[in-house]
Design a binder for this molecule. Structure first.
Ligand SMILES: [Zn+2]
Length: 247
């Protein structure tokens, strides 16, 4: 991943492996994060001057089992907060594994309502720096299963979340992994513009790469769009402190 970033000319990137806290009973979710962070520290010395590598973690579902998460601390540059599993009694599995071709339209809307509630719960309960991929279930519902969803139904919930992110001085991620599928970012251009209009200025980019080829994918489009909206900087975090980069 680092070599791919260097080839692409990326100056700074963060490794943020998943910490899906709720899965702690199924497998050891904590040790891989510590190993990942240790590897980042090792590589950052070797590649010093070529690319700045930051250590991080993407925490999700902490609020399902806060007592488990509280027992652990991580020495990282940044923490991303996200929702991968919605507290939905019928489908508690990650939304990436739900078959959205079958449920009724009403059920899909009720699922999304629960998703936005969980994002608010995340903001209420977890100390993190960047809110990741808001509206990510749409990548599956709309992108993969081609169901139509009117996002305007959730304007109120989304505005509440954006206001909270701004008030808490958290950064708002523009996730570029959806671009090839949806011809849009996650969240959408419309939501990013709303964030700006409400006074939000802290944006970060995430390619959600998972494989080296996708490192920083579509960042050129994200930079062009962010400038068009009026953003002057993107941000990253070092030792949990925000740093700005002029774009
Ligand atoms: Zn994620």
């Amino acid at each position: 991943m680092l070599l791919s970033q260097i080839n692409k000319g990326t100056e700074i990137f963060a490794v943020t492996d998943h910490l899906d806290v709720y899965s702690y009973m199924d497998y050891d979710v904590f040790t891989p994060i510590r190993n990942s962070n240790a590897e980042v520290h090792r590589l950052s010395e070797i590649y010093d001057g070529k690319c700045k590598v930051l250590s991080g973690v993407e925490v999700s579902e902490v609020y399902w089992v806060p007592e488990v998460y509280k027992k652990h601390t991580f020495d990282v540059d940044l923490i991303i907060g996200s929702v991968h599993l919605v507290r939905c009694p019928e489908h508690p599995e990650p939304y990436s594994r739900i078959d959205f071709s079958q449920p009724t339209q009403d059920w899909i809307y009720s699922y999304l309502e629960l998703y936005f509630k969980d994002v608010l719960m995340l903001l209420d309960t977890v100390d993190f720096d960047i809110l990741a991929h808001l509206t990510c279930p749409l990548r599956y519902i709309v992108g993969k299963y081609r169901r139509s969803v009117d996002p305007a139904r959730f304007d109120g919930e989304i505005e509440e979340i954006l206001r909270r992110v701004i008030k808490d001085k958290k950064a708002f991620e523009i996730n570029t992994s959806s671009f090839d599928m949806l011809n849009d970012f996650m969240p959408s251009r419309k939501i990013i513009e709303k964030y700006y209009s409400l006074g939000g200025r802290l944006i970060s980019f995430g390619s959600d790469a998972h494989v080296p080829e996708n490192a920083s994918v579509n960042f050129d489009k994200a930079i062009a769009f962010a400038k068009d909206v009026g953003f002057e900087n993107i941000c990253y975090f070092e030792n949990r402190e925000v740093r700005l980069l002029r774009i």
